[in-house]
Design a binder for this molecule. Structure first.
Ligand SMILES: *[C@@H]1O[C@H](CO)[C@@H](O)[C@H](O)[C@H]1NC(C)=O
Length: 448
């Protein structure tokens, strides 16, 4: 251990593993450690099922009806990948896709007045949807055409909308869209968690709707992808990338101290030995006194033996319950996957309900989602604190990730990765440049 590294990384969550992979590829000498014996940290996929029961202190062993424990890989934090989103781009650039297999999620649904509807996001779907009346459909269709044609570099496409000034509220007004349509557009297409976006300039929202539509256009059924064997495969894929480029991985390493000199990190002490480093990346759990609590998320993992009602028996789907529909400030999400993704025993489904906590009775808050899932055979409830760094690393050279939020895709995680990258290196994470240089940098990986 008594070696000098450019970067030491603590915790094998997805954010840490992606950064470790990127830094190794860029020629940095990286040491990556985790106190746990498994990859993924807070975002691990738990296997076998017996371990999930233990982790949540459920007494007794899983009943025989749950099948073989080894057939289960249950994500602690449910998320899907947007087919055209940033994580897929990172996977393609780094060619980590070679270690993974994906399936498209079969449907995306939205909740309105107690029932669920397929999210319409193309003109054809909008016209066929029972979510809207006839005139509303025409206006929504016009809105979708406007968004699809909108080009922030071409004023001719803007129909008088100023992308950096006009608020989204005014854009909705321009197309005369009603509250229900605004709800599902903002929450199921643009994937906002609150209504704050309504009073901000419209460009971000327009780009988010484009991301949704373009992701959907790739595979048709939904804009989301999910890896076979669970999300735990993602950090492991990037860890393999790092290892190919000389990164050193050590699991099961208790971390005793983060060693500082004159306000700057110089190393990490584990099992009595100090490994030295110039920069440190870690998740909040390794340095709690440099973080602040920013909220709480409730997640309920539900095991069922049936698909969700009114989803055409989809073996995977997402349901968004917009906050307005249930008098809340934050949306409630349901992510469902099943044996079809090798994360559950034959015939079993895993639905994970999540939302940002608003009251002191969070289980009551998720009731509208739980009602959609009945009957549930076994549930596992967690309420986790979310942390964000207070130390941005300029002096300490310590770069910490944020705890995963309640969103059901990886876009905010990727924003965090790009932000850390910029603070560490002083340069923007440039997708386009990495795509151009992909063959120079990664061409040789294929031979390993
Ligand atoms: C399911 O569909 C039926 C028939 O259209 C409808 O009456 C019911 O409200 C729906 N339930 C949900 C939860 O969507």
């Amino acid at each position: 251990m008594n070696e000098e590294y450019d970067v030491i990384v603590l915790g094998t969550g997805l954010t840490e593993c992606i950064l470790s992979g990127i830094m190794s590829v860029k020629g940095k000498k990286v040491l990556h450690m985790d106190r746990n014996s498994y990859y993924g940290a807070e975002s691990a996929s738990i296997t076998p099922l017996e371990d999930l029961y233990k982790r949540f202190n459920i007494p007794g062993a899983p009943p025989e009806s749950m099948g073989k424990g080894r057939d289960w890989n249950v994500d602690l934090i449910p998320k899907f990948l947007m087919a055209n989103g940033q994580l897929v781009r990172m996977l393609l650039i780094t060619q980590v896709t070679r270690y993974l297999d994906f399936k498209v999620i079969e449907g995306s649904f939205v909740y309105k007045k107690g029932s669920i509807y397929k999210v319409p996001s193309t003109e054809t779907e909008a016209l066929a949807s029972s979510l809207m009346g006839l005139f509303e459909k025409r206006r929504f269709r016009k809105f979708l055409v406007f968004v699809a044609n909108f080009d922030e570099n071409d004023p001719k496409t803007m129909e008088g909308v100023d992308p950096s000034k006009t608020t989204m509220r005014d854009v909705f007004k321009k197309f005369d869209l009603g509250q229900d349509v605004i709800d599902f557009t903002g929450h199921s297409l643009a994937l906002y968690r609150t209504d704050d976006y309504l009073d901000l300039p419209c460009l971000d929202t327009i780009n988010r709707i484009k991301l949704y539509s373009e992701s959907l256009a790739r595979y048709g059924k939904s804009p989301y992808l999910y890896p076979l064997y669970g999300l735990g495969e993602l950090p492991q894929g990037f860890a393999r990338l790092s290892a190919i480029y000389g990164g050193t991985y050590m699991l099961n390493k208790p971390i005793e101290e983060i060693v500082m000199e004159n306000g700057k990190v110089v190393g990490v002490k584990s099992e009595g030995e100090i490994a030295r480093c110039k920069q440190l990346i870690c998740d909040p759990s390794y340095l709690m006194d440099r973080t602040t609590k920013v909220g709480q998320v409730i997640r309920v993992i539900c095991i069922m033996s049936h698909p969700i009602k009114n989803t055409s028996d989809a073996n995977s789907c997402q349901i968004i319950i917009p906050q307005n529909q249930v008098n809340r400030k934050h949306d409630i999400y349901v992510c469902m996957i099943s044996y079809a993704h090798n994360v559950a025993a034959q015939g079993k489904y895993v639905a994970i309900v999540s939302t940002t906590v608003e009251t002191d009775n969070p289980e009551m808050e998720v009731k509208p989602a739980m009602e959609l899932l009945e009957p549930v055979e076994q549930k596992f409830v967690s309420i986790s604190d979310q942390y964000a760094p207070t130390d941005m690393g300029a002096e300490s050279q310590i770069f910490m990730s944020r705890t995963y939020d309640a969103t059901t895709h990886f876009e905010t995680t990727c924003d965090d990765i790009k932000d850390i990258y910029k603070r560490m290196t002083g340069t923007e994470f440039d997708f386009a440049e990495m795509e151009r240089k992909k063959n120079d940098i990664f061409g040789d990986v294929a031979d390993q």
